[in-house]
Design a binder for this molecule. Structure first.
Ligand code: DAH
Length: 334
C-alpha cells in the first residue's frame, strides 16, 4: 500500500506539470481527487489494511490529499492571473516624472539679477507685509501726500500694509549699513488695481540703489543703458524723461526702444518706437536724513523696474494675467 501511495504521488506531480490551462487542471482534479479517483479508492481500501499499519497509511493518504489540494490551488491561481491579464511585468520601464521648468517671470528675474550682479550689485530682500513708515513715510511720502493716491493698497491695520513697491527695501538696507551701497531688491508688490491686460493686484519689481561719494546722474544713465543693451540687444536705445517721485530729486522716467520694431514704430508701441519701463532719480536728501546718511557727503541714485512688463516685452505676451493663471499650456511654452 505504501508503495502504491508513493507511485500515485509521483504520477500526480509529473502529470500536473503538463497541465496547460484551467480546463486541463480541472480534469486532473477530478482524476486525482474525485469520488471515483485513485485516492478515494485507497481510502476505501483502508478497512482491509492490517490494523497495526492503518494509522500510518491513513496519515500518508491524508498528507497526499493535502498535497493534491495545495498544488492544484497553486496552479489554479497561476492560470487565473494569466487568464485575466493581471500580472506584473517587472521589465516595464517606470513612468517618467514630469520635469519642472522655471516660470517665465523667474527666468526673466534670474537674467535681471545676473546682469546687475555682473555690474557689482548685490541682492537685498525685504518683507511683503510692510509698515506705513517704510512704504511711505521714510520715502518722503507723508500721510496726506497726494502721491499716496497712485499707490493704494491693502491694509492689515492702519499702520501695516502690503507693500506697494520695492522702494522700502532701500530704507531697510540703508538703515542696516553705512555707505557705500550697491544693491538690487527684487520682489512682489501689491496695489488695489482691478485686473485687466496690463494690471494685476500683485506684480513684481526690481529696485536698484547705489549710494557713495560722487555718484551722479551719469552713473544712473550708464547703468540703465547697459542693462537695456544686455537684456534686449546692443541696438536698444534708452530715453530719459523728467518726472516726479517724492523719494528722488531730480526724478525721471525711462523708456527703452520698442523691442519689436527696434524703434521704428509699430502696433505694439503705438507707433512711438518706445516702451515705458519705470522710474528713477537721485535719492532725495530727505530720504538720506531718514536713515541717518549725511546728504552733504553722499549722493546716490535709485531706480525701479517692472519685472512683469520686461517679461511681457521679452516673450511678446500681451496680457499680464496669463502669468498668474497656472495654465500649463501657457507656461510650457517658455
Ligand atoms: N517705486 C516706484 C513705483 O513703484 C518706482 C520708482 C521710481 C522706484 C523712482 C525708484 C525710483 O527707486 O527712484 O512706482
Amino acid at each position: 500500500m505504501k508503495e502504491n501511495i508513493e507511485q500515485l504521488r509521483e504520477a500526480f506531480l509529473t502529470e500536473i506539470q503538463t497541465v496547460k490551462n484551467l480546463q486541463e487542471l480541472d480534469a486532473l482534479r477530478v482524476k486525482y481527487l474525485g469520488r471515483k479517483g485513485q485516492l478515494q479508492a485507497y481510502f476505501k481500501q483502508l478497512g482491509q489494511v492490517d490494523p497495526a499499519d492503518r494509522p500510518q497509511i491513513g496519515r500518508l493518504l491524508n498528507e497526499l490529499k493535502q498535497l493534491f489540494e495545495r498544488t492544484i490551488a497553486e496552479y489554479k491561481s497561476r492560470f487565473r492571473e494569466e487568464d485575466t491579464g493581471e500580472w506584473i511585468d517587472l521589465t516595464l520601464p517606470g513612468r517618467k516624472p514630469p520635469v519642472a521648468r522655471k516660470h517665465p517671470l523667474t527666468q526673466v528675474l534670474d537674467e535681471i539679477k545676473s546682469i546687475f550682479q555682473s555690474l557689482g550689485f548685490t541682492i537685498a530682500d525685504g518683507p511683503e507685509v510692510e509698515t506705513d513708515y517704510y512704504n511711505f513715510e521714510a520715502l518722503n511720502i507723508p500721510k496726506l501726500h497726494p502721491a499716496r493716491d497712485m499707490q493704494d493698497t491693502l491694509y492689515v491695520t492702519e499702520d501695516i500694509l502690503l507693500r506697494t513697491h520695492t522702494s522700502p527695501v532701500q530704507i531697510r538696507v540703508m538703515e542696516s549699513q553705512p555707505p557705500p551701497v550697491r544693491i538690487i531688491a527684487p520682489g512682489r508688490v501689491y496695489r488695489r488695481d482691478t485686473p485687466d491686460a496690463s494690471h494685476s493686484p500683485f506684480f513684481h519689481q526690481v529696485e536698484g540703489l547705489c549710494v557713495d561719494q560722487g555718484i551722479s546722474f551719469a552713473d544712473l544713465k550708464a547703468v540703465i543703458s547697459e542693462f537695456a543693451r544686455r537684456m534686449f540687444g546692443e541696438d536698444i536705445q534708452v530715453r530719459f524723461r523728467p518726472s516726479f517721485f517724492p523719494f528722488t530729486e531730480p526724478s525721471l522716467e525711462y523708456d527703452f526702444n520698442c523691442v519689436f520694431c527696434r524703434g521704428k514704430g509699430c502696433r505694439v508701441c503705438k507707433q512711438t518706437g518706445w516702451m515705458e519701463i519705470s522710474g528713477a532719480g537721485m535719492v532725495d536728501p530727505n530720504v538720506f536724513k531718514a536713515v541717518g546718511y549725511d546728504p552733504e557727503i553722499y549722493t546716490g541714485y535709485a531706480f525701479g523696474m517692472g519685472v512683469d512688463r520686461i517679461a511681457m516685452l521679452k516673450f511678446a505676451i500681451d496680457d499680464i494675467r496669463l502669468f498668474f493663471e497656472n495654465d500649463m499650456r501657457f507656461l510650457r511654452q517658455f
